[in-house]
Write a protein of this length. Structure first.
Length: 186
């Protein structure tokens, strides 16, 4: 049973994406959407998708959730940030995008209930999210390390030691989506 699914992955700059018009975003969203639909239709009973509200894969996943809610109204989005006002130092355009997603989320809270104090808050967020989800979908490739590496390592340990679902969308998966889309264009 996969009632509470954590979705995470790279930040935009880790993928060479520097604006919301980048073509790669559409492919990442399609890959996430395809995987979520498969979970739902295979009877995983996915009710909650949980993100920490990071720029990149997590916010793109939120867009996918909002799109899927029309077809799967039982699907809900929770944003559980590591600390309050995580968007405070972001560029204004990115803050507006984030706030628009937060406004549409079904549940929003912060793990530490205080502004940024230190890296321990990211560790606390990772532990909380893993403790309170049934599995994780991550856009990540072992050959391209990035910010998700810490939570990926812990999720893998959990999946080996207990009943914790862990799956990735890799560079090869994204390449398959690109090729599929290009074939459909012809």
């Amino acid at each position: 049973m996969l009632r509470r699914l954590l979705i995470t992955g790279y930040k935009p700059h880790e993928l060479g994406i520097f604006d919301n018009k980048h073509l790669g975003i559409g492919y990442i969203k399609k890959a996430i959407k395809k995987r979520l639909i498969a979970f739902i239709e295979e009877g995983a009973a996915c009710e909650w998708v949980i993100i920490s509200g990071q720029l990149g894969v997590e916010l793109w996943a939120a867009d996918v959730i909002f799109e899927l809610k029309h077809e799967y109204p039982q699907l809900k989005l929770a944003i559980i940030t590591p600390f309050l006002d995580q968007e405070k130092n972001w560029q204004e355009e990115k803050q507006e995008y984030y706030r628009g997603i937060v406004a549409r989320a079904d549940f929003v809270t912060s793990v530490t209930k205080k502004p940024y104090e230190g890296p321990w808050q990211f560790k606390a967020k990772n532990a909380f999210l893993l403790d309170n989800t049934d599995g994780m979908l991550v856009v990540y490739d072992e050959e391209k390390e990035g910010s998700p590496r810490y939570i990926v390592a812990e999720a893998k340990r959990r999946s080996e030691a207990e009943d914790y679902f862990f799956t990735t969308i890799s560079a090869l998966d994204l390449q398959a989506i690109v090729e599929e889309e290009q074939a459909n264009d012809f």
